[in-house]
Design a protein around this ligand. Sequence first.
Ligand SMILES: [Zn+2]
Length: 445
Amino acid sequence: MLLAHRIRLDPAPVQRDYFARAAGTARRVWNWALAEWQRQMVAGQRPDAMALKKQFNAIKYAHPDWLNADGQPWLRSIHRDAHSQPFANLAKAWGRYFAALREHRPAHRPVFKKKGRCRDIFYVANDKLRLVGKCVVLPKVGPVPLRESLRWPGKIMGASVSREADHWFLALQVEVPEQVALLHRSGDGVTGVDLGLSTAATLSSGEKIDAPRPLKAALRRLRIRNRRQSRKVKAAKVASGISGRIPKGTRLPVSANRTKGARTLARLHARIACVRKDFIHKLTTRLCRENQSVVIEDLNVSGMLANARLARAIADVGFYEFRRQLQYKATRYGTTLVLADRWYPSSKLCSRCGIRHGGLMLGERTWTCDHCGAQHDRDVNAAINLQRLATGAFAAQSALPVASLAATPGTAADIGSAGGGKVTPVRHEHGQQDGSGQEQNDAHF
Ligand SMILES: [Zn+2]
């Protein structure tokens, strides 16, 4: 099983400097390749990554764009992996784009990367790095201390070095043997999980789990720092005599205080991401460890993010990340993850009698069933409906002895016919990163 371990690095100043240059090279090569790809497409050719790489190799030590002030090819000081990987990533990005087009999903073309706007990341092939004690030996920079040792035995398949705020991280993809990767479950429950805004998660057992409080405090701090930073940008605009939109290609004068402000802001962003991730990790581990089956709603997240008022709250909870982690942890614990169809009206059905309740507003936290008079907490009711969906799906596949359950009113069989909910068992995918930088728009950042 392919698992990734991300370890913080402690690079020396020279090494940090190299990392920044290598990431910058990867970005610049990506931009060159994308521009060339687009040019060839417009010219009616069929660009491909291999040919493009050859084309680049022919000019990279000769073309004036790739020579420094002394006329020397600066690319020689950066390891080859950093400037060959972008071609493969670009091919993958175009592949995803065309696949999405074919399947009529929302498709996004690969975009140019901009310094400070994209992730600083570069790739290192597995035969170019060695782990020696608590160090990683990387090409061109030698041993870099690691903050922790690699968690798993197994063959290293690839690595990338990336920056988050002030810190550099090494992400190692490891092919971990099954007997190590698979984990023991502590329970055999079946749980429905309703992800929400006021409560981060509600379980079908009635338990409500709130998002961590440090997040709220940090978000307040974030607003303050954002405001301070935007004042500095405004001052820089005034100083250079620009009003309104900043014209493309202009560089505002950079003050030391603005650089410092940007750094503190980035650190806070990183901290918020960490708090959020930690919370999601603990919750998803618990869900997978204690249950043989977990049901979540396949929320139309991008549709909901389009709603500006909802967007903030949804992004805070980190739905994408929640689902991604559930997916790979379910594989490790042997838990079945069930995705309820996004049109399954989990919050509108009465979990006692199965009658659909019309006209439920988003603000209504509790409601009473007109048919059987049951009092429902909106989130708990939805979670129970999701859980029933799983037991129903299991009965159909005869994986679990729940046939008797389906015969009683108000259970999965009933709801299935009343609501028409469709169940899609989730494909197990590895959370493999490809370093293409296309993930920078993800909601949880
Ligand atoms: Zn009812």
